[in-house]
Design a protein around this ligand. Structure first.
Ligand SMILES: Nc1ncnc2c1ncn2[C@@H]1O[C@H](COP(=O)(O)OP(=O)(O)O)[C@@H](O)[C@H]1O
Ligand SMILES: [Mg+2]
Length: 346
């Protein structure tokens, strides 16, 4: 069940300096409306998604990964607002865009795949029509042409008997097939990137591997940039060129996957990677770290990881960006002061 075929390609590719990101998130800060005294839910989050490359967004539950992804799509829950920073998607300022522009971006520029396909699929519409709908809505294609294209897409995502299955309703399909339908729908308008928020978490292990292989294949064929929210370090290692580690709404470390796995710098990353699989071993999920992520209203001031950090000392305060080393970013006082040397992994 390894997807290692994709590994080298994804992680070794050097980025040409003039490649323009599809998505650029800078200093994104999100808070609750009307709660000015609460610490920001997501603070100063920055990353880029480049064509043909995957960025992993990792961290325990409740760290703000989904909220960050929703903000990119202009879909924050009603009680939240973007309090600062910028999100630029295909040259468009998402934070200033009209609802109409956002709808267009969601269909044509970025396709989204979530953990539960059933929460995104319409239970009352045959799956072929749902996929076709995106094309006539966003591309102005005739319904007849859109329906034919839907069958082609179902076939492309590995659904057997696509013409027949196009007439099925979502509940008539298995979880894995539903997720394939979601993927077909996400790529229906030939987007530049995919946003995949734990797309395999709800699936059986063998089905997970098939879906990942399909995503890798589509990425290669279509040159898709992917923002990959995942708990699966195997996916990160094999699939993603860059990693953004979030803890309690902060980016605590951001680097190329290889550099980060070889020598994680932030104590949180090092703890998370404690159980990373070695080459050839089975997939492993993130290690359990004692304690838990505080609820969003209760993030501590200063370093948010401090109460759980094995390396915290009395002088740890407002964390500084440490280890200014190329693109490797670390948010830790002690790393900044050179007091913590990266734990080299073998
Ligand atoms: N719809 C919502 N309304 C209010 N708070 C939310 C909502 N969704 C998530 N949160 C809160 O925002 C924080 C970040 O959540 P989320 O982005 O879902 O984390 P992750 O995806 O990393 O598990 C959590 O504290 C969570 O309780
Ligand atoms: Mg989430």
């Amino acid at each position: 069940m390894s997807t290692s075929k994709t590994a080298g390609a994804a992680t070794a590719t050097a980025v040409a300096p003039d490649v323009r990101p599809i998505l650029s998130v800078r200093d994104l800060t999100i808070d609750y409306l009307g709660e000015p005294r609460q610490p920001a839910l997501v603070q100063d989050v920055s990353f880029d998604v480049l064509p043909g490359r995957s960025v992993a967004l990792i961290g325990e539950s409740g760290c703000g990964k989904t909220i960050t992804s929703l903000a990119v799509l202009g879909l924050l829950p009603a009680r939240m607002r973007v309090a600062g920073g910028s999100i630029v998607l295909d040259g468009v300022d998402v934070l200033q865009a009209s609802e109409r522009t956002l709808r267009d971006l969601r269909g044509r520029t970025v396709g989204a795949i979530f953990q539960e396909p059933m929460s995104s699929l319409n239970p009352t519409m045959p799956v072929g029509d749902q996929i076709g709908e995106a094309r006539w809505l966003h591309l102005g294609e005739s319904r007849r042409a859109a329906r034919a294209k839907a069958v082609e897409l179902l076939d492309r995502v590995g659904i057997p008997n696509a013409a027949r299955r196009a007439r099925a309703y979502p509940h008539e399909l298995s979880g894995g097939m539903q997720q394939r339908v979601m993927i077909a729908s996400a790529i229906a308008c030939e987007p530049a990137m995919l946003l995949a928020d734990e797309p395999t978490t709800a699936l059986d292990v063998t089905v997970q591997a098939d879906i990942l292989a399909l995503l890798a294949d589509l990425q290669r064929d279509l040159g898709l940039g992917i923002l990959f929210v995942t708990h699966d370090l195997g996916v990160v290692a094999e699939f993603c060129a860059d990693v953004v580690v979030m803890y309690a709404g902060h980016v605590v470390e951001r680097a190329g996957t290889r550099a980060l796995f070889a020598a994680p710098r932030h104590p949180y990353t090092a703890a998370l990677l404690g159980a990373v699989p070695q080459a050839g071993q089975a997939r492993t999920v993130l290690t359990t770290i004692p304690g838990r992520v505080p609820p969003s209203g209760a993030f501590p001031a200063g370093c948010r990881f401090r109460p759980r950090c094995a390396h915290a000392v009395a002088t740890c305060a407002e964390p500084q960006h440490g280890g200014a080393d190329g693109d490797h970013f670390t948010l830790c006082d002690r790393v900044a002061a050179g007091e913590l040397t990266p734990r080299r992994r073998t």
